[in-house]
Design a protein around this ligand. Structure first.
Ligand SMILES: C[S@@+](CC[C@H](N)C(=O)[O-])C[C@H]1O[C@@H](n2cnc3c(N)ncnc32)[C@H](O)[C@@H]1O
Length: 255
């Protein structure tokens, strides 16, 4: 039976890959990478670098899959994403059929960890349910961007006995999550931190975590938000793309 390995590769630092992930890379004859366009060429280069650095013997092929674009004419966000996922299932199905022989193992390199804001596991599950071709798969965890963020700022994500809320910029822009004191925000294309009341909130922000271009700023949101907005815009203009993550932490009266 064909086998797929969904391998978390960490969020940008080639040394964040685990021993389990390196062993998994070495079991695969084909490495699938989703090509997300020219602006992410740097991220593709990191994936190639990981293969070169960690796969022994060089007996592997990299197969780039041109990612489908989301259809902007579909107004509803959930429908738009569902349609996009269906296209990805088709894409992966065809690739698994044509690139892997019966009993071959392929690896899908997943940015960060596959459990967090990534559709790979949903896609593989749907492929497996289709049963054509019969497929088994394994998941190898990776270091996620919130973990890299915490290490970079030398902070724990939760406070003693506290909860951590993980969300997207899109949802934060709809309002501060009720009952939350510590909020991790990912996938924020619009600086949603500019939209919330900034009293008594600290921000721990990083872009391009783990890479040579890493940028980090922390401090009271009211003091730092304009600086972050400016840095973000400059970096995006310079590189053509940006990936950033941040923790918003409500200060408690004792702090
Ligand atoms: C599609 S999600 C994938 C998350 C990934 N699975 C993980 O475990 O981090 C992409 C988002 O992750 C965050 N992210 C990923 N890599 C990052 C990095 N190197 N620096 C800062 N944020 C990053 C950003 O919020 C970005 O918009």
């Amino acid at each position: 039976m064909r086998k797929l390995l969904a391998i978390g590769i960490g969020a940008g630092n080639p040394e964040h890959i685990t021993v389990q992930a390196i062993k998994a890379l070495n079991r695969a004859s084909v490495i699938f990478v989703l090509d997300k366009g020219a602006e992410k060429a740097e991220l593709q280069a990191l994936r190639r670098e990981l293969c070169k650095r960690y796969i022994e013997g060089g007996a592997y092929r990299i197969v780039e899959l041109a990612d489908a674009a989301r259809d902007p004419t579909v107004a509803n966000y959930e429908t738009r994403v569902a349609e996009w996922h269906a296209q990805r299932v088709e894409l992966f199905g065809r690739a698994v059929m044509s690139e892997l022989d019966e009993n071959d193992t392929g690896a899908i390199l997943v940015w960060g960890d596959p459990s967090l804001y990534d559709s790979t596991l949903r896609i593989i599950e749907q492929l497996q349910q289709k049963g054509e071709p019969p497929l088994e798969y394994e998941v190898i965890p990776g270091i996620s961007s919130p973990q890299a963020l915490a290490a970079s700022h030398k902070i724990a994500l939760n406070r003693i006995g506290g909860a951590v809320h993980v969300t997207t910029g899109r949802r934060l822009a709809e309002g501060w999550p009720s009952d939350a004191d510590d909020v991790i925000v990912m996938l924020d294309g619009q600086c949603a931190f500019m939209t919330i009341p900034d009293d008594d909130i600290d921000i721990y922000w990083s872009a391009y975590l783990g890479s040579e271009s890493e940028l980090s700023v922390s401090g009271p949101l009211s003091d730092k938000k304009h600086e972050i907005e400016r840095l973000r815009a400059e970096a995006r203009a310079r590189k053509g793309w940006i990936m950033d993550t941040y923790l918003l932490r409500k200060r408690k009266p004792s702090e």
